[in-house]
Design a protein around this ligand. Structure first.
Ligand code: ZN
Ligand code: ZN
Length: 831
């Protein structure tokens, strides 16, 4: 049986919100502005209920803020470039533009069906020239500032997708998209110099008060600042000096060999005369085929090859062998590592395997002098310096400073700060992205496209083949162009930009989405940003957020914006899982919202999604539990129905337990318990929303109010209070289940949209529980008093009494015989 006519209600109100332009924002008015933003969605096709969480959360925030009287900006757009559309094009012969547009259509329809409110006049689509023109403009700004550059670099290469992947797109050594093992490859690539901003990106994390702690930690670790010492190791019989970076300079006297990463730039020079040259090259080739993430892990089987060269350890002038090994990455410091097998586990395992010397230089506390050959593992902790010349006997922490001072004095090393953060590789050898606005001229070299020539249009007539260079490489009309400087023959850059560039600035575009004269309106963005509430998945905790922060800082330095952090509040929602796993087509555990909406209506799906658990945590979807949310909405529907018919009836004064607050009866003013419940619920729901979107507990509180209203109805209590309770239920539920609440609001006799109402306020005085003071006797003598809520039951009274300090003192460790409770009057303990 149908609980209520959702199929009639839902389309009706969706149309109404459009008609009254509920979500249109006049951005010229900045009083009480509130910028509510969900992360730029990728148009991947039909959304499942797991995707819904993000949009539903965002919509609740938007509606709640509208009711609070804020001028809310809630825009949406599409992160529409990217690999999946292009891979689909290769597979299904559908143009990426076509499949992207089709997907956008589907998702728009779904968002509309979910009752999610956006200001659609501000929609942006990153694959359209009116948007990517400005992505290219941002590239030019970085290029002018020296923050965009090209260099040959070892990159993560997915042999199946035939493209470069960012480090973050490599998961467990495999391509995030297709799960193929990732390889290392050398290519000419464009980079953004995010490393110039490493310190600022790190420092400003402390300004992000309203960001989840775990996201801040992830960003801090990603930036990875450390302080240490750079040490110069001269190569024997050569003028090459290899510099390594260490955070453990206290162990320098124990460095018994040196290791270079297989892509270290000096290898070629070092081995050019080596008889083992070929062997070494084939080793390098082998290492490059191993994936970086595995190589970085502790467990990797360590492999290496001796270069036949030696370096001098500058602190003791000892000649130590120079090796190449798979466990050292070029990303570590300088790509050259001083190996201290006694005090580094990786080095220890490597030294054991290749029979390299081990020397102890930090004595483990409470041990007598150990023999290196007896060591079973490296000792990485603190201790006292040994075998370290003039530093012997010092504790290693003190020695770290003294050794660094000494090395700086005699100029064999210097203190240095190091960041793990690498420059942002933005080149993609793919078609479906914004072309990089650069031209190569034989005479003038690399020339940037002049601003007035933007956008560099992506040609649409393209053949899609899975191979290692952009399909643009075969598009003569695209490649061949004139040099903007000398007007001679020139060629265009054929790489396109990483889609993270598109999404690094979109939040600025929403303020003036249709402006074809500039990327964004500085005056407007300065008024509206930082974003007041940003909502998205924690999977974007590192890259997207870091890149957006970086671009905002660059634009700040260039004077285009007056804020350095784009998002003041961030909320990262947990995933919806099914049968213990993330919903995905390949796992076959995807729940489509369509069937559920057909059966129960969208408000039920929204309510269930919000009720499923704390929104920041992962939650398991249960189709059968959806039914419970549906039944609850039916209960709300019937409650309002009964309340509206009550109005006509004359209530029986004999059955009232009380009157409306303020009306005296029998000399005493009593607050009806339902009135108290109403105000407690307003407080609870408001606090839960404000204090981290605890929608699930807010909904529980509303459920209690519904229960209490039914009890009041049964007891024939004051209809005025019950009506007030029903009205509050509808108001408080409206951000969560907007359609049914609009309808019920109308049924309660209101003409205007519920979202034009003010969010209810609670009255502090009406929240306090009625308190009773109960005397406590011990063996008939008054000994103490306890204060308890008026509606307390006997067991709880007893519990309270025995917690009382004075009572405890009187009873001590004696056993009591019995406890006599005169409800609401007296407690007597017999001992
Ligand atoms: Zn792949
Ligand atoms: Zn030229």
């Amino acid at each position: 049986m149908k609980q209520y006519p959702f199929d009639k209600i839902e389309p009706k109100w969706q149309k109404h919100w459009q008609d009254i332009k509920l979500f249109s924002c006049d951005v010229s008015k900045t009083k009480d502005k509130y910028y509510s933003l969900v992360m730029f969605p990728y148009p991947s096709g039909a959304l499942h209920v797991g995707h819904g969480r993000n949009y539903i959360l965002g919509d609740c925030v938007t509606r709640y803020k509208i009711m609070q009287g804020a001028n809310v900006l809630s825009p949406i757009g599409w992160d529409a470039f990217g690999l999946p559309a292009e891979n689909a094009a290769i597979k299904d012969k559908r143009h990426p533009k076509k499949s992207t547009e089709d997907n956008i259509k589907i998702m728009k329809k779904q968002l509309h069906r979910w009752g999610i409110g956006y200001d659609w006049d501000r929609e942006v689509t990153s694959c359209y020239p009116d948007y990517y023109k400005w992505t290219q403009w941002i590239f030019l700004k970085l290029y002018e500032k020296g923050l965009a550059y090209k260099k040959k670099a070892a990159v993560n290469w997915c042999p199946s997708c035939q493209t470069v992947l960012a480090n973050e797109q490599v998961v467990g050594g495999r391509c995030e998209r297709c799960n193929t093992k990732v390889e290392e490859k050398d290519l000419e690539q464009w980079f953004f110099k995010i490393t110039d901003y490493a310190q600022r990106l790190l420092d400003d994390i402390s300004k992000l008060e309203h960001w989840p702690e775990r996201v801040k930690i992830m960003q801090t670790n990603w930036i990875g600042k450390s302080t240490g010492v750079q040490i110069d190791f001269p190569v024997v019989d050569s003028d090459i000096v290899l510099t390594c970076y260490t955070t453990r300079v206290d162990t320098i006297f124990g460095a018994t060999y040196m290791v270079l990463a297989s892509s270290h730039p000096r290898i070629r020079d070092l081995i050019k005369d080596s008889p083992d040259k070929e062997k070494i090259y084939s080793f390098i080739k082998k290492v490059k085929a191993q994936n970086k993430e595995e190589r970085a892990s502790i467990e990797i089987e360590k492999e290496g090859i001796f270069t036949q060269r030696y370096v001098i350890n500058p602190v003791n002038k000892r000649k130590i062998p120079l090796w190449l090994a798979n466990y050292v990455l070029i990303e570590y410091g300088t790509g050259a590592v001083m190996a201290v097998p006694a005090h580094d586990q990786r080095d220890f395992e490597f030294a054991k395997k290749y029979d390299l010397p081990i020397e102890i230089v930090i004595q483990k506390p409470e041990t007598s002098s150990q023999k290196p050959e007896k060591l079973e593992e490296a000792y990485e902790g603190d201790g006292v310096q040994v075998n370290s010349a003039q530093f012997d006997g010092l504790d290693n922490r003190t020695a770290m400073e003294k050794i660094a001072d000494w090395m700086e004095d005699i100029t064999i090393g210097r203190r240095a700060v190091h960041f793990k953060l690498r420059d942002w590789l933005i080149s993609r050898q793919r078609y479906w992205g914004a072309p990089i606005p650069v031209i190569y001229c034989e005479k003038c070299g690399t020339v940037s496209v002049p601003e007035e020539d933007l956008p560099v249009l992506l040609p649409e007539n393209i053949e899609f083949k899975p191979y290692g260079k952009s399909p643009l490489a075969d598009c003569k009309e695209f490649i061949n162009t004139k040099c903007p400087k000398c007007k001679g023959k020139a060629k265009r850059e054929i790489d396109t930009m990483d889609t993270f560039v598109d999404s690094s600035w979109y939040y600025l575009r929403y303020l003036s989405a249709c402006d074809d004269t500039k990327a964004f309106d500085s005056k407007l963005v300065n008024k509206w940003l930082p974003v007041d509430q940003y909502i998205g998945g924690v999977e974007h905790a590192i890259l997207h957020l870091l890149y957006s922060r970086f671009i905002a800082k660059v634009l700040f330095d260039l004077g285009y914006v007056d804020f350095e952090e784009p998002f003041s509040r961030l909320f990262t929602q947990g995933m919806i899982i099914k049968d213990g796993a993330k919903m995905s087509k390949s796992k076959g555990n995807v729940v489509s919202p369509d069937e559920l909406i057909k059966k129960y209506g969208v408000d039920t799906v929204r309510l269930y999604t919000l009720f499923i658990g704390p929104p920041e945590r992962d939650a398991e979807w249960n189709d059968r539990a959806v039914e419970g949310s549906y039944r609850f909405l039916g209960r709300v529907w019937r409650l309002v129905g009964q309340v509206t018919s009550l109005r006509a009836k004359r209530s029986n004064p004999e059955n009232r337990d009380c009157f409306v607050a303020g009306a005296p009866r029998n000399d005493e003013i009593k607050i009806p318990s339902l009135t108290r419940k109403i105000h407690q619920t307003i407080k609870k729901v408001t606090d839960d929303i404000e204090g981290g979107f605890k929608f699930n507990t807010a909904i529980s509180a509303i459920m209690e109010l519904v229960n209490d209203s039914y009890i009041a109805l049964e007891k024939n209590q004051d209809p005025g209070v019950i009506k007030e309770a029903a009205k509050m239920v509808v108001l408080l539920l409206s951000p969560f289940t907007p359609h049914i609440c609009e309808e019920l609001w109308q049924n309660l006799g209101n003409a205007e949209s519920i979202f034009r109402q003010k969010w209810p306020k609670f009255d502090k005085a009406l929240i306090e529980e009625e308190q009773l003071t109960i005397p406590v006797q011990i063996n008939g003598k008054l000994r103490s008093k306890v204060i308890v809520p008026a509606d307390i039951d006997d067991d709880t009274v007893k519990e309270k009494v025995f917690q009382d300090k004075i009572v405890k003192k009187w009873i001590g460790d004696k056993k009591y015989k019995k406890v006599i409770i005169v409800p609401k009057r007296l407690v007597n303990i017999v001992i």
